[in-house]
Design a protein around this ligand. Structure first.
Ligand SMILES: [Zn+2]
Ligand SMILES: [Zn+2]
Ligand SMILES: [Zn+2]
Ligand SMILES: [Zn+2]
Length: 301
């Protein structure tokens, strides 16, 4: 449910109290099909209005419900309400099959049209498309407390800087130092994120501490602020070492469409056992001091 749209149980204030649809507002056009049959096609805007749920204002998809007086509403809103928001009659479980048929027959633009998607779909494939639409907003890539913010990349970049205080560096090579006192305490809470700005894109370097079974490990990996197709044009390497030893990793940045948890669970990154990390840190194991170097480059096509 979108902000500002109440989802609480009770009587809601419908946007359009006069819910009757004037017959002349449904403009009918005649078009012939291949077999010569005539069929009436209601104009898109009027049908759109017809399919708008009066409570949440989203487009209604089957199952579409109606009150005993025929006021329609979407199944999500129906499940939250006891009485019709228009006439206050008790809501039963009455479907509106005619409107469902209209909804199913209608081709509609993807809901991310305003973000640039040009695709138009019949009902079922539209829902499938929207779950994977390239124009759908991205989730905030910050890995600490799961952040609910979504948006386009420039917006998320500004959000990372201002809200999460993430450092953004220009350049495709880096040398980053992670220092943690009391490294015995791997509490799944060490999440660090730095953003690198290069090749006109942004890359997120994650550093996380977690347990695999009972074995504490550190993991570093890079995610790409963009979609999967663009991420595959890049490669990155990471290395960490000390006392004459070195671990290196080369990978493909993962799109931020994949959550950091998914990347971590697939172990698609540089994994450092804690004993090795402490060895690289030198000292007496009281402090974790890792220097992670790396580079991002464009793979030649
Ligand atoms: Zn609704
Ligand atoms: Zn009603
Ligand atoms: Zn789309
Ligand atoms: Zn965020």
């Amino acid at each position: 449910m979108k902000p500002g749209r109440s989802s609480h149980e009770g009587v809601m204030k419908p946007r359009n109290v006069d819910y009757e649809i004037a017959p002349e507002s449904v403009e009918l056009r005649r078009s012939s099909t291949l077999n010569g049959e005539k069929r009436a096609v209601a104009s898109h805007t009027a049908v759109h209005e017809l399919l708008e749920c009066p409570v949440c204002m989203d487009v209604m998809y089957p199952p579409i419900n109606q009150c005993p007086n025929g006021h329609t509403l979407c199944s999500k809103c129906q499940s939250k309400l006891r009485s019709c928001p228009i006439c206050r009659q008790a809501l039963g479980n009455i479907r509106c099959l005619a409107l469902e048929r209209v909804a199913e027959s209608l081709e509609m633009p993807c809901k991310y049209q305003i973000m640039g998607c040009q695709d138009i779909f019949p009902y079922h494939s539209r829902l499938r498309h929207e779950r994977n639409c390239l124009f759908r907003p991205y989730n905030c890539p910050y890995a600490g407390a799961e952040c609910p913010v979504t948006g386009e990349i420039p917006f998320l970049l500004a959000h990372l800087k201002s809200h999460h205080k993430v450092d953004v560096h220009d350049g495709s090579t880096f040398n980053h130092r992670y220092v943690k006192t009391n490294p015995q305490d791997v509490d799944n809470a060490t999440w660090m994120l730095t953003v690198f700005n290069c090749y006109g894109y942004q890359f997120c370097l994650h550093f996380e501490a977690f347990n695999i079974g009972s074995a504490p490990v550190y993991m570093a990996f890079i995610r790409f602020m963009g979609d999967d197709r663009d991420s595959r044009k890049f490669r990155y390497s990471l290395e960490v070492g000390g006392s004459g030893r070195k671990l290196t990793w080369q990978g493909i940045p993962r799109s931020i469409r994949d959550t950091h948890v998914k990347v971590r669970e697939s172990m698609d990154g540089l994994i450092i056992q804690r004993s090795m990390a402490l060895f690289f840190s030198g000292g007496n194991g009281q402090e974790l001091r890792l220097r992670i170097g790396g580079r991002i480059w464009k793979e030649q096509a």
